[in-house]
Design a protein around this ligand. Sequence first.
Ligand SMILES: Nc1nc2c(c(=O)[nH]1)N[C@H]1C(S)=C(S)[C@@H](COP(=O)(O)OP(=O)(O)OC[C@H]3O[C@@H](n4cnc5c(N)ncnc54)[C@H](O)[C@@H]3O)O[C@H]1N2
Ligand code: MOO
Length: 464
Amino acid sequence: MSHHASLSIDEHRALVEASCPMLDPVELPLEECIGAVAAADVRALVPVPAFTNSAMDGFALRAADLKAEGPTILPVTGDIPAGDTRENHLEPGTAWRIMTGAPVPEGADTVVKVEWTDHEAGVSCPPKQVQILTAPTPGANVRFTGEGVDCGDIVIPAGTPLSAGTIAAAASVGVDRLLVHPRPRVLVIATGAELVAPGQPLGPGRIHDSNGLMMAALASEAGAHVVGTFLCGDDPEEFTRLMDCAPEADLVITAGGVSQGAFEVVRRALADRGRFHHVAQQPGGPQGVGLLPVGASKKPTLVLCLPGNPVSVFVSFHVYVAGLIARLAGRVSDAPGATALRTLPGIAAKGWRSPAGKTQFVPVRPAVRASAQPSEAPVPAAGEPLRAGETLCAGETLRADGDAHRCGGELILVEPVHILGSGSHLTASLAVAEFLAVIGPEHESVAAGDTFELIPILGRNSLH
Ligand SMILES: Nc1nc2c(c(=O)[nH]1)N[C@H]1C(S)=C(S)[C@@H](COP(=O)(O)OP(=O)(O)OC[C@H]3O[C@@H](n4cnc5c(N)ncnc54)[C@H](O)[C@@H]3O)O[C@H]1N2
Ligand code: MOO
């Protein structure tokens, strides 16, 4: 077991990133690709449309056969339904009744929709002749071969997250398997002899496990496939047995058992295969990184060891784990520091204290601007300096309901979710948090009007 002095957030992130390369790409059938990321450009195997077809239910004809003025009557040869495999031909001066998606007969260049004719829509038999009441523009309602996508066109660039639309696009160009960065498989372990499953009665000294559910949910939100969520007591041998029997994973996330107590199960189970230290942040100070054999194959697997206090778990997950899952999944580059989540600019509605020398992460929510209603006070323009009585927020714009959200398109007015600042045991306060405010180590306090960065909380988004 090794013990190290305090690390900066960037130093700990570098350790985490160095321990975990992007997963090797695998080929998967389309239906298993949702949530994965394209590892190579996907090119069309067939053009779209694959053949020239009708965009409307109506009549295929030659534009040149229509009179310049007034209706035209044309004899109708027959029906062309969608899926028709015949090689139909249009004689000059005639029409075919045609359905949406059906191949346009050779010789026809235009389709007039049924509503523009004297023929009633939905009649099962084609008429002997049709009167075209309104002449369409030449070429109307014809979808030409390859007008959308040509053979060999890139339909999905490498790096694209695969969702319903992308999968449909691949299917439409004849592709049925994709080379993808798979969703990382994540194993979640909450530790502590005091843990009781949610809903079970609490005995003396017991608490309900919230970290297990929380980590599994956050991992899913971050794009992982959670292969198991387990509770483990304080015995290191139990932890080791659990890892032996666990399903294969690409990443293990544990909570608890990493600080200075006498029964730190994760620290003891990892021993010299782990590195534990304090990071200059609050909450989430105690952190660990290790490598352990997992599952039947005993594949050495990265174990990220988060501290047990639930708000510390929540913060640590956003600061280190979410971006790592994105990187394993091929969604962010392997450049140093690229696993840090993107932030938005925020501004404080009220002040609070912050520990000197540590980066503070404070769960916050959008604040309602108490001092002004839109009817009472003029809305300050973006960037305009503060005026008397406007102490809360510079450059904000108010929505009609008085909520200050994206101030001046730049800043989000926020307040802590509870008065204890970042109290790391106050799990229930997370229910209303939408961002983590990031207060640098140089600050000992935050005052109303101070600006800082906000990490948007996974799965929550107050910006409409
Ligand atoms: N002497 C020291 N003590 C502590 C230090 C320190 O530096 N020196 N750091 C404190 C900080 S900061 C944190 S954070 C915690 C981290 O400790 P552990 O990772 O060992 O976590 P535990 O002791 O197992 O649990 C901490 C706390 O969280 C509750 N908990 C744990 N698991 C769950 C769960 N699955 N669901 C809900 N709540 C959970 C647990 O009951 C404890 O109250 O150490 C401080 N101590
Ligand atoms: O760092 Mo602990 O994570 O403050 O609660």
